[in-house]
Design a protein around this ligand. Structure first.
Ligand SMILES: *[C@@H]1O[C@H](CO)[C@@H](O)[C@H](O)[C@H]1NC(C)=O
Length: 268
């Protein structure tokens, strides 16, 4: 048996209640200026705030959802202000292109795998490609004490694992962990449209805990880094202003300060 001395938990833009998150994309897109007021009002009226399980006979709603999809299809979901770039991670391995090795270390040839598609320089995903080279470098693997032959190549996101998704919502876990009194920090990069902060705020609200310290800015280097609020279930909620789906990637200094304050039991 593995005993985990569980003390609390941190989550960032975490998929929790898929319906809630999917529905929150529409008010998010409206608030961010991606769709018109008229379309937003029509969506609210026609769909009644429910954009996931739409009655197939409700043509007004379906047409509006189609218009919404068209207007937002070219937006980068992980951060709506960033350029839309190909996702740099070898999804199913289709190509068996020859490895273009950046390092000339012979031993690194132990994994001959198709590398990720080349992203455009200037795209955030270009850094992910470099991380692929770095993590698969012989000396890096040696430094990380990865035994030869024990593990194939490192992938940034492993899409290849065969498993069935059994848990579609983790809301009930938050109910239970709250009851047991665990601390939590739930943060949201506020420019993420994959799991928008509005969706996170919606499921937090439906936990029904009262607010202890109400909405206020939290500060780093005399600048507003985001907004925060705490609840009576020892939950701290925080937005990371300008952050995307993986907030620390976009706002490392701010997220590090947020983490430090929380882990030290200090207010954000
Ligand atoms: C929160 O309150 C609402 C309304 O009273 C209720 O329907 C819901 O079940 C409550 N949520 C939880 C997690 O207890």
């Amino acid at each position: 048996m593995i005993l985990i001395l569980f003390q609390g938990y941190i989550l960032g833009n975490a998929a929790t209640e898929p319906t809630v998150e999917e529905n929150s994309k529409i008010p998010f897109a409206h608030g961010m200026g991606l769709i018109s007021n008229e379309l937003y009002e029509s969506l609210k009226m026609g769909c009644g705030g429910e954009y996931v399980n739409v009655d197939p006979k409700n043509e007004v709603c379906l047409n509006d959802i189609q218009a919404f999809s068209k207007l937002t299809s070219e937006i980068e979901g992980a951060h709506i202000l960033e350029p839309r770039c190909p996702f740099s991670s070898p999804k199913p391995r289709e190509s068996s292109r020859k490895r273009r090795s950046l390092n000339v270390n012979e031993q690194s040839q132990e994994f001959l795998v198709p590398e990720p598609p080349l992203p455009t320089i200037g795209c955030r995903t270009y850094g992910y490609l470099l991380s692929y080279y770095w993590n698969n470098d012989y000396n890096v693997r040696k430094a990380l004490r990865i035994r030869l032959g024990s593990k194939g190549e490192w992938q940034r996101c492993n899409f290849g694992l065969p498993y069935a998704r059994e848990i579609h919502s983790s809301f009930s876990y938050h109910v239970s962990l709250s009851t047991k009194g665990y601390r939590s920090l739930i943060y949201s990069g506020d420019h993420d449209m994959m799991v928008p902060f509005l969706g996170t705020e919606a499921w937090i609200k439906s936990l029904n805990y009262s607010i202890v310290d109400d909405w206020r800015p939290w500060i780093l280097h005399s600048q507003v880094a985001g907004y925060t609020r705490t609840y009576s279930n020892r939950m701290t909620y925080a937005t990371v202003k300008g952050g995307g789906h993986t907030a620390p990637e976009y706002r490392p200094a701010e997220c590090y300060a947020m983490f430090q304050r929380w882990i030290n039991h200090d207010p954000l």
